[in-house]
Design a protein around this ligand. Structure first.
Ligand code: NAD
Ligand code: TYD
Length: 360
């Protein structure tokens, strides 16, 4: 990466969640003298345990607060004078958005609106050099583009927005706000739309960690519908590296798709996890974990297929993923086997209630 363009002080919203914490921990590995202010509400998905590595650095600061709280966000801008804000904070689980969409509108839409307004007021009073350096990077999802048929080309940045779930609709709305703040006010924004991530610190409500945990606990491995839905999987550190690249060298106002060229059916993903577990932590009865697979009622409005065309990021910013699905899933399964204490720390009462609500 271009050394002189590295931001010294950044604000990371949602930095205690899955991708945000990987991003912050890696940022300090890359730039040990950096200052990073994490703003996170610590919802059920946010955990300070995820940031244990980052907390060892002198430049780490944590603020517990809501991105929709103007006075909180304004105070952070005033105190730390950041050169960038990277917005990971969101309600992120499609199934929860079906049960309760209100929080998704509140955080993903109103929260992003508040961040944009606070950033705009802060940016407006900076001098010209600082204005030119400042970036607002909005982390979004491929789900805003809707669903592909089996023989459709992968999503490019030109694909129309066709969100189908309350989650993806709320993210689409936030992307539109970010775009408008660039075109109307000149706020120096960047947007990234990434495919499904997996890796360490992934909250166990999502498919991959849920399947690992259920397998180890001897529970069923719930696959929605017939398991033929396709997702394009990217190891989380590849996503973080792409965001660093876009932050350093992305063209203002542009959106960049991020993906791993790793399309898999859900059934294939689950079978791969079972094979990894069979090798690393075999069941005592010698039977494969695949025996625990169970097809359950489909998710309402379940998008059939996501696939990302990441050529723009590759050609403009020379990014490509480092992990294959095979290497990434092996690291992920090994990480969960080694971090069962983390799983216990971040789950418990409220998580068990969610599992009962969703699966029984
Ligand atoms: P996550 O649910 O693991 O973490 C979200 C974090 O945001 C948590 O720490 C939570 O406490 C915090 N948060 C929630 N509401 C907040 C609020 N109002 N104020 C402050 N903090 C709040 O999510 P994730 O999987 O790490 O996703 C991060 C971002 O990346 C999201 O914007 C998501 O839409 C996007 N994304 C995720 C994926 C994926 O596969 N997980 C793929 C593409 C894009
Ligand atoms: P998920 O991890 O929730 O991510 P997203 O919905 O954002 O893609 O789900 C990934 C895929 O796995 C999706 O097609 C839904 C499916 N799925 C199941 O089949 N069973 C489950 O228990 C979960 C949580 C997801």
């Amino acid at each position: 990466m271009d050394a002189e363009k590295v931001k010294k002080t950044i604000v990371v919203t949602g930095g205690a969640g899955f991708i945000g914490s990987n991003f912050v921990n890696e940022w300090f590995s890359c730039y040990p003298d950096a200052q990073v202010i994490v703003l996170d509400a610590l919802t059920y998905a946010g955990h300070l345990e995820n940031l244990a590595a980052a907390q060892k650095y002198a430049g780490f600061k944590f603020v517990q607060g809501n991105i929709a709280d103007a006075s909180c966000v304004q105070a952070i801008f005033a105190e730390y004078q950041p050169e960038a804000l990277i917005n990971f904070a969101a309600e992120s689980h499609v199934d929860r958005s079906i049960h309760g969409p209100g929080e998704f509108i509140q955080t993903n839409v109103n929260g992003t609106f508040n961040l944009l307004e606070c950033a705009r007021h802060y940016w407006t009073q900076l001098d010209a050099a600082a204005q030119a350096e400042f970036r607002f990077l909005h982390v979004s999802t491929d789900e805003v583009y809707g669903s592909l048929e089996a023989d459709d080309a992968p999503f490019t940045e030109q694909h129309p927005y066709q969100p189908n779930s309350p989650y993806s609709a709320s993210k689409a709305a936030s992307d539109h706000l970010v775009r408008a703040w660039f075109h109307t006010y000149g706020l120096p924004v960047l947007t990234t739309n990434c495919s499904n991530n997996y890796g360490p610190f992934h909250y166990p409500e999502k498919l991959i960690p849920l399947v690992i945990q259920n397998a180890l606990a001897g529970k069923t491995l719930p696959i929605y519908g017939d398991g033929s839905n396709v997702r394009d999987w990217l190891f989380v550190t590849d996503h973080c590296a792409a965001i660093r690249r876009v932050l350093a060298s992305g063209r203002l106002g542009e959106t960049y798709n991020i993906g791993g060229w790793n399309e898999k059916t859900n059934l294939d993903v689950v079978k791969t996890i079972c094979a990894q577990l069979d090798a690393l932590a075999p069941r005592q009865d010698g039977v494969s974990y695949a025996e625990q697979i169970c097809f359950v009622k489909d998710r309402p409005g379940h998008d059939k297929r996501y696939a990302i065309d990441a050529s723009k990021l590759a050609s403009e910013l020379a990014w490509k993923p480092q992990e294959t699905f095979e290497s990434g899933i092996a690291k992920t399964v090994a990480w969960y086997l080694d971090h069962q204490d983390w799983v216990r720390a971040v789950t418990g009462g409220a998580f068990d209630a969610w599992v009962r609500q969703q699966y029984q």
